[in-house]
Design a protein around this ligand. Sequence first.
Ligand SMILES: [Fe+2]
Length: 169
Amino acid sequence: MAMLADKFTHLFREEHRKIRDTLLKLIQAFQERDKARILILINQATTYKGLHFRYEEEALYPYLIGIFAEEYIEKLLRVHDRSIGKTIKLIELAGKESITDDDIAKAIRFIRTELSHVSECDGLSIMTEILSEEKIKWILETRDRSIKEGLNLIDWAYQVRNRPAVFTD
Ligand SMILES: [Fe+2]
């Protein structure tokens, strides 16, 4: 069981690393107003987040309800709602003819918020350690399916997910 929990912790951290590094590069691309790179990196982040959020919501979060209060799980879901809404706005912003200083400041503020969620989320693996082998197996299988189906954040949000995105500034 420890082995499976360790495997999960390792994979989970690897995904967070990939998301972290993409977000950091995205901040840099905005600072440099490198539009081509901004678009590539947003695309990459949107893919990584889609695969990751999906199995978190479909398998991981439900198992955490018995550990955390339900309100906390709701809070985690709301973080995703906002992340989806803001990502949609970010894509719009990046597609604009000319990006203003204000746009850049806004984009970087959002990306830094996302970074704080990356580190907060990574801490959840301290709790998955105490789940049964069967539950960890299910989380890993759900993860595999999410990767195989390959829906990015936006496609998953519109085609599969059962909660509305939240658009805030
Ligand atoms: Fe996460």
